[in-house]
Design a binder for this molecule. Structure first.
Ligand SMILES: *[C@@H]1O[C@H](CO)[C@@H](O)[C@H](O)[C@H]1NC(C)=O
Ligand SMILES: *[C@@H]1O[C@H](CO)[C@@H](O)[C@H](O)[C@H]1NC(C)=O
Ligand SMILES: *[C@@H]1O[C@H](CO)[C@@H](O)[C@H](O)[C@H]1NC(C)=O
Ligand SMILES: [Cu+2]
Length: 325
């Protein structure tokens, strides 16, 4: 099964902020005490509370992009991801992994500006594939709330509002590329036991698929395997057709960042299995037909400085300083 990109863009692009700014390369620095990224399920209550409060705080900070009125720093993430998907510049090509690695770091830095002192955290969907709906990440108090509801909820039938948890009153501005304020939505894919398919497309990110993904020894085969299933299956399993994790504005759902931190962890583990060969392994064909290189620029549209791929390959060098637990 392939779950490539889920929803085609139909909405008109908003005005694109200037894309001609210069790129800032990080100062060469040594990473002596890397931050440790944790599994949400194993974090303390205090860590979870602090993370959740910082996410809510992002909705009170001014937008860095100011492309539409009444948007916040929270909305900037969905906007940037959406704009870079239409036309497609960050999926289905080698930059998928380093771009999302950088994006998660930009988000972690934004959480720090909101008082959070910890590191990005991940949802370990590999070990929870058989019953993903039971994961600690969906806890209504110390988590992200659960499935959306199709009862009258103020969103209309096209989006299923999340009605519990700390984000039940979260109101993202964008849906795909359009201004369309709505309540945070999820539409967990139901299981189909008759087809042997568990809830939330769990078999798309279970150990069988992961063995296959991890069996690739070169980046140009490993990257597309990781991007389709598990990555795409988790988006589709959580977002369904009527949830924020489906469309190109998927960073609207705060679980996006725990999902992408896990994607990053899978890549990191693959790099760690042969650091000499794999830390800077980066190859494949870009969507513009050119060969990818470590000098490729990763746009952030003003949310942060544009980055250079080379600076985001090693999590303990270049612009980064973290490891996974
Ligand atoms: C999520 O909620 C929707 C709407 O009620 C429902 O159709 C779907 O089966 C639910 N998914 C799961 C996995 O419970
Ligand atoms: C790196 O890859 C090459 C070619 O695939 C292989 O011959 C070599 O043994 C690998 N190096 C290490 C340290 O595994
Ligand atoms: C990409 O690299 C391959 C060799 O790895 C080469 O054969 C091909 O011509 C290059 N393509 C472009 C568009 O430069
Ligand atoms: Cu993405």
């Amino acid at each position: 099964m392939k779950f490539l990109h889920l929803v085609t863009l139909t909405t008109a692009a908003l005005a694109l902020p200037s894309d001609t700014r210069s790129v800032t390369r990080p100062q060469a620095k040594t990473c002596t005490s890397p931050k440790v990224r944790k599994n949400w399920a194993k974090a303390t209550s205090a860590e979870k509370r602090s993370y959740i409060n910082a996410v809510l705080c992002l909705t009170t900070k001014p937008s860095r992009l100011r492309v539409a009125t009444h948007t916040t720093l929270y909305d900037d993430f969905g906007y940037v991801h959406s704009q870079l998907t239409n036309p497609q510049r960050i999926h289905g090509e080698p930059v998928f992994l380093p771009w999302h690695r950088y994006f998660v770091q930009v988000y972690e830095d934004a959480l720090h500006s909101c008082g959070y002192t910890g590191s990005a955290m991940y949802w370990d969907w590999v070990s929870e594939w058989a019953a993903p709906s039971k994961s600690a990440v969906w806890d209504p108090v110390l988590g992200f709330g659960g499935n959306g509801s199709d009862s009258a909820d103020g969103n209309g039938p096209s989006k299923l509002r999340v009605v519990n948890g700390p984000f039940r009153n979260l109101r993202p501005t964008y849906w795909n590329g359009a201004v369309d304020p709505h309540w945070l939505s999820r539409d967990w894919s139901p299981g189909h036991p008759e087809d042997g398919q568990p809830e939330m497309i769990g078999n798309g990110y279970g150990p069988g698929i992961m063995d296959e993904v991890n069996s690739w020894t070169v980046y140009e085969r490993f990257h597309p395997a990781l991007e389709s299933s598990p990555h795409g299956a988790v988006h589709a399993g959580v977002g369904g057709g009527r949830g924020d994790m489906g469309p190109t504005s998927s960073p609207n759902d705060p679980i996006f960042f725990l999902h992408h931190t896990m994607v990053d962890k899978v890549w990191w583990q693959w790099q760690q299995r042969d650091p000499q060969n794999r830390t800077f392994a980066y190859k494949g064909v870009r969507n513009d037909g050119q060969n990818a290189t470590l000098a490729d620029v990763m746009p952030m549209l003003g949310l942060a400085a544009d980055g250079v791929v080379r600076d985001y390959m090693d999590t303990k060098g270049g612009a980064l300083c973290y490891v996974y637990q």
